[in-house]
Each structure stands twice: as structure tokens, then as C-alpha cells.
Design a protein around this ligand. Structure first.
Ligand SMILES: C[S@@+](CC[C@H](N)C(=O)[O-])C[C@H]1O[C@@H](n2cnc3c(N)ncnc32)[C@H](O)[C@@H]1O
Length: 265
């Protein structure tokens, strides 16, 4: 039998709580309660979809990232907990800068931009995506968290509509190779333009590195999330382009997860 989920009990609890319009703890507080017809039908229909490997986050319509609950639809990548490392490193890079100007390239749900904005209300953040559908979701998330004033959303093919210089550029671009077998697994439900990049997954990372320094102030940093086997290639691209202090960070599973480098004129 094919295994659908690593956490079947948790999935079922989240789906049931969603149908009851309660949080998970309600299930343990009131274990003797029974479901009415509408609740049972809602739960069965979500379970059926989940059995087709459809992601829980899309069924619930939300995903927690950093301290924020974000709306997700099949138009956007489901934010991953691993990306919180990028937020941590980003906050560290701007800790001594007042009203930092930050650019988030490929914002999706707005996860990175909104997490940074929630921690640094003084930051002026520009968040771009080339998907207008993703931008609609990101704007909604900004509004729900009262962050619409701090974050400006722009439709842009990477830097095409971006102007000015920033204190920090962050990006979690598509980085999965076109023939990667993972694309046949659960992530097949997520937008392919959010996941897949040409040149064995390096095309978008290389574009960001090639053009990024034109949009960075002197001594500013660019941070890019990448696949576990792309750390060395990313560092090589940074060094080739003349960036300084390039470094890779490992995630909690000890996999290279992101790399950053600094522009020094
Ligand atoms: C891996 S997802 C990251 C989403 C979000 N930043 C996160 O970490 O959850 C990559 C995002 O880049 C966007 N993207 C892909 N190619 C792009 C391009 N050429 N210009 C702008 N955005 C692009 C996709 O639409 C998608 O939202």
C-alpha cells in the first residue's frame, strides 16, 4: 500500500478541527462529542481528497509560517518551515540598519516579506512575483496581518520592474531540476513555476546572482535559498560574479539550505 502521509493522525485532527471550525485542542477537550451530518460529510470529503495525496495546507486553506497564519491556494507554493532559516539570517543581516530597504524576489504567499515586516515594522519592503495570482494572495495575507502599509507588492519578472538600491535582497526562487523525481510526488500539486528551474535547477539562482548587485547598496547582502546539493554551485556563482564573504548555512538536518554574499564596491 502506498504511504500518503508521514503524520496521518495529525492530518486527520487538523481536517476534523477545520470542519468543526475549532482548533485542535477542542478535539481532546471534548472527545465524547459526536459529529452532525454536515460535519461528518465535510470530514469525509476532506479525507477522500487527502487520500489522493492532496496537501493538507491546500485543504485547510492556511499554513503557519514564522508567527503568521497565511492563506494558501493552489496558486502559491506552500511555505516551508525550512525557509524560516532564511528569515533568521535576514533579520541578523539588518539588525544594525535603521529603516532597512528590503527586496523579496518571488514572494508567493508573501511569507518571507511578511515575516520580516512583522519583526521589523520600520523596514520598507518590496515584494515581487511574476504570478499575478500569487500577488493577490500575498496582498490578502498582508492585509490580514495589518502589514499592507509596510510591504509594496510589484508584478515583476525578477528585476524587470524593480527600481532603486536595497539594504538586503532575499529570495527563495524555484530550484528543482526539470527531471527531478520529487516532482511526481506530493509537490506535483503545487505550481510548477514556483518549483522548477532550467539548467538542473540553477537558472533562476544564477539570474539573481548575475543581476542582484545592481540593486544592492555597498556592503549589503543577498540571501538565496537553494536545494541541498546546490550550495557549492551557488557559492561558485557568487565568487565568479565578484561578491564578497560568500557563505552557505545548513538547516537543522545539516543540509546546505541557503547561501549569502555581500556586495563591496
Ligand atoms: C519557491 S517559491 C517561493 C515562494 C515564497 N517566497 C516562499 O518562500 O514560500 C518561488 C516563487 O518565485 C516566483 N517566480 C518564479 N519565477 C519568477 C520570475 N521569473 N520572476 C518573479 N517571480 C518568479 C514563483 O511564482 C513563486 O511564487
Amino acid at each position: 500500500m502506498t504511504k500518503i502521509s508521514d503524520s496521518p493522525a495529525l492530518d486527520a485532527e487538523l481536517l476534523l478541527a477545520h470542519c468543526l471550525n475549532k482548533n485542535r485542542s477542542y478535539l481532546f477537550t471534548w472527545p465524547e462529542n459526536t459529529l452532525d451530518e454536515a460535519q461528518a460529510s465535510c470530514f469525509n470529503s476532506l479525507l477522500e481528497k487527502r487520500l489522493t495525496d492532496y496537501p493538507v495546507a491546500y485543504l485547510l486553506g492556511t499554513k503557519a509560517f514564522w508567527t503568521l497564519d497565511l492563506i494558501v491556494t493552489p496558486d502559491v507554493l506552500i511555505p516551508r518551515p525550512e525557509t524560516e532559516l532564511l528569515v533568521e539570517v535576514a533579520l541578523d543581516k539588518i539588525r544594525n540598519i535603521k529603516t532597512p530597504k528590503i527586496l523579496d524576489l518571488g514572494t508567493g504567499t508573501g511569507a518571507i516579506a511578511l515575516a520580516l515586516s512583522s519583526e521589523r515594522p520600520d523596514a520598507q519592503i518590496t515584494a515581487c512575483d511574476y504570478s499575478s495570482e500569487a500577488l493577490k494572495i500575498a496582498k490578502l495575507n498582508a492585509k490580514n496581518h495589518g502589514l499592507s502599509e509596510q510591504v509594496t507588492f510589484i508584478e515583476s519578472n525578477w528585476f524587470s520592474n524593480i527600481e532603486g538600491e536595497f539594504d538586503l535582497i532575499v529570495s527563495n526562487p524555484p530550484y528543482i531540476a526539470e527531471n527531478d523525481p520529487h516532482l511526481l510526488q506530493t509537490i506535483r500539486h503545487e505550481p510548477q513555476q514556483a518549483l522548477v528551474a532550467k539548467d538542473t535547477g540553477m537558472r533562476d539562482i544564477d539570474i539573481l546572482i548575475k543581476d542582484g548587485d545592481d540593486y544592492l547598496k555597498n556592503e549589503s547582502w543577498i540571501i538565496i535559498e537553494h536545494g541541498h546539493d546546490q550550495g557549492a554551485k551557488t557559492l561558485e556563482s557568487f565568487n565568479k560574479k565578484g561578491f564578497s564573504n560568500a557563505e552557505t548555512r545548513l538547516d537543522i538536518s545539516q543540509n546546505p539550505r541557503l547561501s549569502f554574499a555581500q556586495v563591496i564596491y
